[in-house]
Every structure is written in structure tokens, then in C-alpha cells.
Write a protein that binds this ligand. Structure first.
Ligand code: IPD
Length: 276
């Protein structure tokens, strides 16, 4: 089966290799299509990179399970079991990738018995590698990461993402949630177009919190353990424990900031990842 350490080494190698493929693909013509909504984009590169990652890992770990963004979009089951499971986003920030906006990542999380064991996120443009293993800390290119520990939301820089739904009701809720945080007043609210890289900024202490409705398990898996290991908190938008399949998250540098955000948010309904 391979030790967790062997799995993590393999994840680092394949994330770097995949990142180089993404970087080359940015320069080529992109064939873009849509998935759940007109703003939920996918390219040929997303599928090729996911195939590369899964086939490489499957060769070394044939008994493991794989949850990948594009495999799930193609109808593969998206269910987290007790088996060792790799949770993969081949290109996080596909819209950024399409526009060559330099915030694009490869994200690989690994869970055993539904517990996250490690996460690896590779920032393709900056060629930086974020890693964390349970109980061993979080790192960026080998340097230890530490959240800011900010407790006061009026001194906080908060990140979020819009998600794929753009119907008037969803947009009103999204803007209402953001308005409440701007009125707090948080120092600022930012949208960078990649959930995983936004969450890495919280782990790195460059932002103090992140929240979103509408992201997926492959956006959360690797990043959640990176934030925890950097000393931050991750939770459900209701304030309960994080549920990887729930499509919602609050992550923060302190319980205080996370708790404040939880109190402000009105939920936006998205179908669970494991609903069928
Ligand atoms: C998406 C991006 C986006 C966020 C979505 C994610 P993808 O991932 O992170 O910023 O708003 O919720 O699903 O589709 O680019 O891999």
C-alpha cells in the first residue's frame, strides 16, 4: 500500500511534473468548454493533467481510490470512503488558466479513514510548493508556514471566491455576505480566482481568513490540512466541523475571526459533492 511518507513524496513529484505541463499548456491555444454552468470552465489541459496525475499515482498505489475533478465531472463517483483516497484538482483556477492570469495550482490531498493525512499544492506560475502532513507542520518551498493569528476582524484581510452559480438569488446572497464583512469593517475582501491558492495565503499569514460557498472537495482537501498545520482553523460555514463534501468552508487565522465570519454568513445552497 505504501507508507504515508511514500505517498506524500509521490504527490510532490507528480504535482511538480503536472505543474510544468500546466505552465506549457498556458502558452498553447486553449479548447474551453463548460460544465455545470456557463462560468464553470474546463479545458483539454484539465483532463490531460488529471489523467497524468491519476495514472502516475495508480501505478504505485493500485489499491487506492481517486476522486478527481474531471473524473467526477465525467460521471465517476465522488464518495469518500475509509480507503486511502487521493483528492485531486488538476488545474485549480481554470478560468485564470484560460486567461493566463497567474493564479493557477495543482492540488492533491490524501485521506485515510476519511481523515486528511497530507496536502500538496503547487502554484504553477510561481513554481512554489505548499505542503503539510498531519502532525508535521506546513511549509512553502521547505519554509515553515504560520497563520497570522489575527483575532480582530476589523484588522483582517479576507479572501473569498464567487463560485459557479450566477443566478440573481445566489449573487444577492454572495454580495450580501461580502457587504457584511466590508461593513465590519474588514481591511479588505479579495477574490483571486483560485480557492486553493487563496487558502494557502491564509496558511502563509498573507491573509487572515477565507470563506466560500460552492467550492468542491478537491478545492478543500489539500488546503484544509495546510491551514490546520499552519496553526489555523477550518470549519463549516455553520460553525460545525468541516465536511469535505458540503461545498462550503470558513478558514481563518483564529477561532475569533472564523466565529465572526460564521455569524455573518447567510448560506448559499449548493448540491453536495457526494449527492450522486
Ligand atoms: C474553482 C476555482 C474558483 C472557485 C470555484 C472552484 P476550478 O476551481 O477555485 O475560484 O470559485 O469554486 O471550483 O474549477 O478552477 O478547478
Amino acid at each position: 500500500m505504501g507508507s504515508v511518507e511514500e505517498c506524500m513524496d509521490a504527490a510532490v513529484r507528480v504535482a511538480r511534473a503536472a505543474g510544468q505541463v500546466v505552465l506549457e499548456a498556458v502558452k498553447q491555444e486553449k479548447h474551453v468548454s463548460t460544465k455545470s454552468t456557463p462560468t464553470d470552465l474546463v479545458t483539454e489541459a484539465d483532463r490531460l493533467v488529471e489523467e497524468l496525475i491519476i495514472s502516475t499515482l495508480r501505478e504505485s498505489f493500485p489499491s487506492h481510490r481517486f476522486i478527481g475533478e474531471e473524473s467526477c465531472a465525467a460521471g465517476e463517483p465522488c464518495v469518500l470512503t475509509d480507503s486511502p483516497t487521493w483528492i485531486i484538482d488538476p488545474i485549480d483556477g481554470t478560468c485564470n488558466f484560460v486567461h493566463s492570469f497567474p493564479m493557477v495550482a495543482v492540488s492533491i490531498g490524501f485521506a485515510v479513514k476519511k481523515e486528511l493525512e497530507f496536502g500538496v499544492i503547487y502554484h504553477c506560475f510561481e513554481e512554489t510548493l505548499y505542503t503539510a502532513r498531519k502532525g508535521h507542520g506546513a511549509f512553502c518551498n521547505g519554509l515553515r508556514l504560520q497563520v497570522s493569528k489575527e483575532k480582530d476582524v476589523s484588522k483582517a484581510l479576507i479572501l473569498t471566491e464567487i463560485g459557479a452559480k450566477r443566478d440573481p438569488e445566489t449573487l444577492a446572497l454572495f454580495l450580501g455576505n461580502m457587504e457584511k464583512l466590508l461593513r465590519a469593517p474588514a481591511h479588505g475582501v479579495r477574490i483571486i480566482g483560485s480557492s486553493t491558492l487563496a487558502l494557502c495565503q491564509v496558511a502563509a499569514g498573507a491573509a487572515d481568513a477565507y470563506y466560500q460557498f460552492g467550492l468542491h472537495c478537491w478545492d478543500m482537501a489539500a488546503a484544509a490540512i495546510i491551514i490546520r498545520e499552519a496553526g489555523g482553523v477550518v470549519m463549516d460555514t455553520s460553525g460545525g466541523p468541516l465536511d469535505l463534501m458540503s461545498r462550503r468552508i470558513v478558514a481563518a487565522a483564529s477561532q475569533e475571526v472564523a466565529g465572526f465570519i460564521v455569524q455573518q454568513l447567510k448560506p448559499i445552497g449548493y448540491e453536495r459533492d457526494d449527492c450522486g
